[in-house]
Design a protein around this ligand. Structure first.
Ligand code: FPP
Length: 256
């Protein structure tokens, strides 16, 4: 467990599902005169920290954007390094995932990954399939638009009638089938865009953008994100009076 995540005071109204666009590894490395690979390595340490903390807080679902379909456009050496890092991470963390009862899922097309990575991913997914205390979803080779097209193809292939094309039927054909929509989407590194991430599922997510670069995203920043979330009123298109009950006021959060 990352030491910086060790102490975390109680924050009311935790999200059930948090999704994170982990951005800024390259800039973090550049600022230190290190290679981009070192930035990604530091990023993978931050992954361990947030997984541990989410489990400790009882957050049921965590989805991390590890590799987009668009990321294939990076230099070949960087792509290879990212997959090697993912493979090492899963190999190293598997005992811990099992011990913490965390079930791993992948959002994205694993068939297109290098074979060794595919095997490691498959092994970790299978080994943790009986775990039920938390879901860790890694979006790998993921594209939100592609996911939507894939769901349409699945429905067409099943011969679904137009009347059967409900939002629920559609959601069941997404990688996130059976899991709640993200309540909170965090993006690090100062960019304010969603980059093809969970396009269908994030219709009513709350967004938290921070200038902090992903490798520096530790306990303090995570607390700030959760505190900010707890202070929001989620109306889901309704008026203030019909707002989702139980969301804390900013004053309650600050005094927690
Ligand atoms: C974006 O930062 C980050 C990525 C494309 C990869 C995310 C990977 C990790 C956090 C580490 C490995 C993950 C796991 C699950 C083991 P960037 O490289 O685009 O940063 P920049 O915008 O500053 O260049």
């Amino acid at each position: 467990m990352s030491a910086s995540f060790a102490v975390f005071p109680f924050v009311p109204q935790l999200p059930e599902h948090i999704a994170v666009i982990m951005d800024g590894n390259g800039r973090w490395a550049e600022q230190r005169g290190l290679s981009r690979a070192e930035g990604h390595r530091a990023g993978s340490r931050a992954v361990r920290g947030i997984v541990t903390e989410c489990r400790r807080l009882g957050i049921g679902h965590l989805t991390l954007y590890a590799f987009s379909r668009e990321n294939w456009g990076r230099p070949k050496a960087e792509v290879s390094f990212l997959f090697a890092l993912l493979k090492d991470f899963l190999t190293r963390e598997l005992p811990d995932l099992l011990e913490k009862d965390i079930r791993l899922s992948i959002f994205g097309e694993t068939e297109e990954l290098p074979q060794a990575v595919r095997m490691t991913v498959r092994r970790a997914v299978q080994a943790t399939s009986g775990c039920s205390s938390m879901r860790l979803n890694l979006a790998v080779n993921y594209s939100g638009r592609e996911e939507i097209v894939r769901a349409c193809k699945a429905l067409l292939a099943e011969g679904a009638e137009p009347s059967a094309l409900t939002e629920e039927a559609f959601a069941k054909r997404l990688w996130s089938n059976g899991q709640p929509d993200p309540d909170l989407v965090i993006r690090t590194s100062g960019e304010s865009r969603i980059s093809n991430f969970l396009l269908f599922q994030s219709a009513y997510s709350e967004y938290y953008f921070t200038p902090t670069l992903w490798p520096d995203f530790g306990a303090e920043e995570f607390r700030a994100a959760l505190g900010d979330y707890a202070g929001r009123r989620r109306r889901f298109g309704r008026t203030g009076e019909g707002a989702c009950p139980g969301t804390a006021t900013a004053m309650e959060v600050n005094s927690a």
